[in-house]
Write a protein that binds this ligand. Structure first.
Ligand code: TTP
Ligand code: MG
Length: 354
């Protein structure tokens, strides 16, 4: 049984600006992409939720947004490099909870959760939201469901700062009342043609015979609509270029001694090395991630001169990093993880592989 999580940051670019400049916090913020034509040429990239209350939204001409704004508003120019850095760190937090992650866009990710059921999945989502809040000061909306289609719609339901879990037997009830336009991949044109057939909700779409959809939209799109109306979607994540691979676990009981932690870290190191090897990669960075009982996340990392597939070197490196951390840290830890990074593809094997 696959359990898929979808996380999408709230008003992402605007929220980044508010974190960087706390005086903007709570104010309506409009992030602008200037075209260079005239002082207000260009479009709104995104608006904070306070600004959206005035009707301002992504894609709107900046000049129009300015007409709708009052003195309280802040208009800022988009800074993609800054958002990319924040995005990479948030994607790293998502990776710590899952074997497989798809970084679907700058502010959203799918993850396949390695959990026994939906109760555990909800706990993972709550922990992830908290980590993102603590580490970056951002809120994320998270959806959980049996596939990507359902998880993505779920993450959008209770924005901002939402957490929506849709278990398999609740999928139909969840989707039925929604507008067909909420189904990923149903754009304005398809929506219009469905409206011509008096189909506006998912429930109405589900009642249309597959043959009729195929006649109207062709085999592939028709069948795709038929499946979407039933909440059937893909569970295959598309892995983009990875910058790092990690595995983190919650200890059965909080612990602070190397004697207790060594077997856990060795096991995690082995799992991460399996994943690196499965891709035919070599690594050149090793790191540990530690979460303290008060939920603070710390990392320690080390780099190697060359990239190798040497499993033992990785295991020794993360053990040394953990030992160094424990030497300085007074108290127990709650979660521990290891991370490999700095990948190179294929190529020479080092002696350590044999
Ligand atoms: P979204 O996730 O679509 O929007 P958002 O994060 O601002 O708001 P929401 O809370 O509804 O998720 O897009 C992520 C970022 O991508 C957004 O912050 C800015 C950028 N973006 C644009 O530059 N232009 C656009 O038209 C859209 C939709 C987004
Ligand atoms: Mg978003």
């Amino acid at each position: 049984m696959a359990i898929i999580l979808h996380a999408d940051l709230d008003a992402f670019f605007a929220s980044c600006e508010q974190v960087r400049e706390p005086s903007l916090d709570g104010r309506p913020v409009v992030v602008c992409i200037y075209s260079g034509r005239g002082s207000d040429g260009g479009a709104v990239s995104t608006a904070s939720y306070a600004a959206r209350e005035h009707g301002i939204h992504a894609g709107m001409p900046i000049s129009q947004a300015k007409e709708m704004a009052d003195d309280e508003f802040a208009f800022v120019e988009a800074d993609h490099d800054f958002y990319r850095e924040v995005s990479d760190r948030v994607q790293g937090l998502v990776q710590e909870h899952a074997d497989e992650v798809e970084a679907a866009s700058i502010d959203e990710a799918y993850a396949r959760l390695d959990v026994d059921g939906y109760t555990d999945a909800r706990d993972v989502a709550a922990a992830l939201k908290e980590e993102i809040r603590e580490a970056e000061g951002l809120t994320a909306s998270v959806g959980i469901g049996p596939n990507k289609l359902v998880a993505k719609i779920a993450s959008d339901r209770e924005k901002p700062d939402g957490l929506t879990v849709v278990e398999p037997d609740a999928v139909q009830e969840f989707l039925d009342p929604l507008d067909v336009g909420e189904l990923h991949g149903v754009g304005p044109k398809t929506r219009e043609r469905l409206a011509d057939m008096s189909v506006e909700t998912v429930r109405e779409l589900r009642a249309v015979a597959a043959q009729r959809l195929v006649r109207t939209f062709g085999e592939s799109r028709g069948m795709s609509l038929h499946r979407k109306a039933r909440g059937e979607g893909s569970t295959e994540l598309e892995e983009r270029e990875r910058k790092q691979l990690s595995k983190i676990t919650t200890l059965e009981t909080d612990a602070g001694a190397m004697r207790e932690l060594r077997p856990v870290v060795r096991d995690l190191a082995g799992q991460v090395m399996d994943r690196v090897a499965a891709r035919g990669w070599r690594y050149s960075r090793a790191a540990i991630i530690v979460v303290t009982p008060d939920r603070e996340t710390r990392t320690r990392s080390t780099s190697f001169k060359s990239a190798t597939m040497d499993r033992d070197r990785f295991s020794r490196a993360v053990e040394d990093l953990l030992q160094a951390f424990l030497d300085e840290h007074d108290g127990d830890i709650r979660r521990v993880g290891v991370r490999a990074g700095g990948f190179a593809k294929g190529g020479q094997r080092s002696l350590g592989d044999f």
